[in-house]
Design a protein around this ligand. Structure first.
Ligand code: HEM
Ligand SMILES: *[C@@H]1O[C@H](CO)[C@@H](O)[C@H](O)[C@H]1NC(C)=O
Ligand SMILES: *[C@@H]1O[C@H](CO)[C@@H](O)[C@H](O)[C@H]1NC(C)=O
Ligand SMILES: *[C@@H]1O[C@H](CO)[C@@H](O)[C@H](O)[C@H]1NC(C)=O
Ligand SMILES: *[C@@H]1O[C@H](CO)[C@@H](O)[C@H](O)[C@H]1NC(C)=O
Ligand SMILES: *[C@@H]1O[C@H](CO)[C@@H](O)[C@H](O)[C@H]1NC(C)=O
Ligand SMILES: *[C@@H]1O[C@H](CO)[C@@H](O)[C@H](O)[C@H]1NC(C)=O
Ligand SMILES: CC(=O)N[C@H]1CO[C@H](CO)[C@@H](O)[C@@H]1O
Length: 341
C-alpha cells in the first residue's frame, strides 16, 4: 500500500502541502497501529527471554510468605478483580494518591489489603531484572499463586500486561460493583468488561473465601429502606444471628464476618450453598438469585462435583485477567508499583 501510492507521482503532486503532511501522519499512525497490533496479546511465559526467573520469583515469594498470612490470598484475588475493572488489568489500583483521588481512595478500595506485599515482590523481581516485569502481571501472578498455595484452584496467567499511568477514584466508583448493586447493575458492569452472566456467577464464587467488614452490609440488618428494617431477601434467622453476635450496630466498621461461615479458608461450593439459603452477605450476592439464568446456574454448580466449579472458575479468571489489558508499547513498566515512573 505505501509503495503503490507513492509510486504514483502524478496523483501525489495533486496533494497540497498540507495534504501531504496529513498523508505522512496517516501512514505513521497506520504503521504504529500495525506494530501495536502485532504485540497486542498476552502470552504464556511472556518474560521467558527478558526475565526468565520472573514467574518463579513470584511463586517462591508467595510460597515463602503466604503460609504465614493465608488470609492475604483472598485480599490478592480481590485486588486483581478491582484492578481489572478500572482501566483494565494495568496495576492502576496500586498507585498512591497524590491528591486523594486515586482508585485507592474510592470506597471499594478502602478495604483492600496486600499493597505492601505486591511492592515487596516487585522489589525482588526488580533486583533480578530492572524495568522488565509489570506490576499488573505481578498482581495477576501473585493472586493465582497465593490461591493455589492455600489449596484453591489454579488458572492460566498469560503475561505481558503493561502498567497504566492513571488512577481515578471516580472511575473506580463507576466500574467496580458495590455490595448494594442489584442484578441489572451487576450484569451491566460485568458486561462492560465483556464478562457474561456465567462469569458473574463463577467469579462471585470467590466469596467462598475471605471476610467482609460489617459496614459493607449492615444496612441489610438495620436500615434497609430507611425505616429501621431488615432486607427481606436475607434469611431472618441469619440476620438475627449476625446482629446478636457479629455486627452489633449499624456503625460497626471494624468487625469481620466470613462470607462462607465455617469454611472461609476453603475454596469450595460453600458460597453458592449460602446464596441458595438466602445467606449471601451482600445484596449483590442475593441479586444472583433474582435472575432465572444466574439462579439456575448456581443450582447446577451446587449439584455438580467441585472440580467442575473449579475448572469453570479457572476459565473465568483467565478471561478477567485479559480485560482491557495494555500490551506492546502502551503504558509503561513501573519501577515502583505505587508511583508512575
Ligand atoms: C460481583 C460483584 C462483587 C461485589 C459487589 C463484591 C463486593 C465485595 C465486598 C463488599 C467485599 C467485602 C469488603 C470488606 O468489607 O472488607 C468483598 C470481599 C471479597 N471479594 Fe468481592 N465482590 C464482587 C466480586 C468479586 C470477584 C469477582 C472476586 C474475585 C474473583 C471477589 C473476591 C472477593 C474476596 C476474595 C473477598 C474477601 C477479601 C478479604 O478477605 O480480604 N469479589 N467483595
Ligand atoms: C504509598 O503509600 C503507602 C501508604 O500510604 C506508603 O506506605 C508508601 O510508602 C507509599 N509509597 C510510595 C512509593 O510513595
Ligand atoms: C476521573 O474520571 C472522571 C469520570 O470519568 C472524570 O470526570 C474526571 O475528570 C477524571 N479525573 C481526572 C483527574 O482525570
Ligand atoms: C438497579 O439499581 C440501579 C442503580 O442504583 C437503579 O437505577 C435501577 O432502577 C435498579 N434496577 C432495579 C430493577 O431495581
Ligand atoms: C464500557 O463502557 C465504556 C464507557 O461507558 C464504553 O466506552 C465501552 O464501549 C463499554 N464497553 C463494553 C464492552 O460494553
Ligand atoms: C435509617 O435511615 C434513615 C434514612 O436515611 C435515617 O433517617 C434514620 O436515622 C436511620 N435509622 C437508623 C437506626 O440508623
Ligand atoms: C468507623 O466508625 C467510627 C465510629 O463510628 C468512625 O469514627 C470512623 O470514622 C469510621 N471509619 C470509617 C473509615 O468510616
Ligand atoms: C489501602 C489504602 O490505600 N487505603 C487508603 C484508602 O483511602 C483512604 C482515604 O483516602 C486512605 O486513608 C487509605 O490509606
Amino acid at each position: 500500500m505505501p509503495s503503490s501510492s507513492s509510486s504514483n507521482t502524478e496523483e501525489f503532486e495533486t496533494f497540497s502541502k498540507m495534504g501531504r503532511v496529513c498523508f505522512v501522519r496517516l501512514m505513521v499512525l497506520a504503521l504504529l497501529g500495525f506494530l501495536g497490533c502485532t504485540h497486542a496479546q498476552l502470552q504464556m511465559n511472556f518474560y521467558a527471554k527478558n526475565c526468565p526467573k520472573a514467574e518463579t520469583i513470584v511463586l517462591d515469594y508467595v510460597r515463602k510468605h503466604i503460609p504465614n498470612a493465608p488470609s492475604l490470598a483472598a485480599a490478592l484475588i480481590r485486588m486483581h478483580f478491582h484492578d481489572c475493572f478500572v482501566r483494565g488489568c494495568d496495576g492502576s489500583v496500586l498507585l498512591n494518591s497524590t491528591t486523594g483521588t486515586a482508585e485507592k481512595d474510592a470506597p471499594p478500595n478502602l478495604t483492600l489489603r496486600g499493597f505492601d506485599f505486591i511492592d515487596r515482590i516487585k522489589a525482588v523481581v526488580e533486583a533480578d531484572c530492572p524495568g522488565v516485569v509489570s506490576c499488573a502481571d505481578i498482581i495477576a501472578l501473585a493472586a493465582r499463586d497465593s490461591i493455589v498455595i492455600t489449596g484453591g484452584p489454579s488458572w492460566r496467567v498469560p503475561t505481558g500486561r503493561r502498567d497504566g499511568r492513571f488512577s481515578n477514584r471516580t472511575e473506580a466508583i463507576n466500574n467496580i460493583p458495590a455490595p448494594t448493586s442489584n442484578f441489572t447493575t451487576l450484569q451491566a458492569r460485568f458486561g462492560n468488561k465483556s464478562l457474561d452472566l456465567k462469569d458473574l456467577v463463577l467469579l462471585s464464587g470467590a466469596h467462598t473465601i475471605g471476610v467482609s467488614h460489617c459496614s459493607s452490609f449492615s444496612n441489610r440488618l438495620y436500615n434497609f429502606t430507611g425505616v429501621g428494617d431488615e432486607d427481606p431477601a436475607l434469611d431472618s434467622e441469619y440476620a438475627a444471628n449476625l446482629k446478636a453476635n457479629k455486627c452489633k450496630s449499624i456503625n460497626d466498621n471494624t468487625t469481620l464476618v466470613e462470607m462462607d461461615p465455617g469454611s472461609r479458608k476453603t475454596f469450595d461450593l460453600g458460597y453458592y450453598k449460602q446464596v441458595l439459603k438466602r445467606r449471601g452477605l451482600f445484596q449483590s450476592d442475593a441479586a444472583l438469585r433474582t435472575n432465572p439464568t444466574t439462579l439456575s446456574y448456581i443450582r447446577q454448580l451446587v449439584s455438580g462435583p467441585l472440580p467442575n466449579f473449579l475448572s469453570e472458575f479457572a476459565l473465568s479468571m483467565e478471561k478477567m485477567g485479559r480485560v482491557d489489558v495494555k500490551t506492546g508499547s502502551a503504558g509503561e513498566i513501573r519501577k515502583h508499583c505505587a508511583v508512575v515512573n
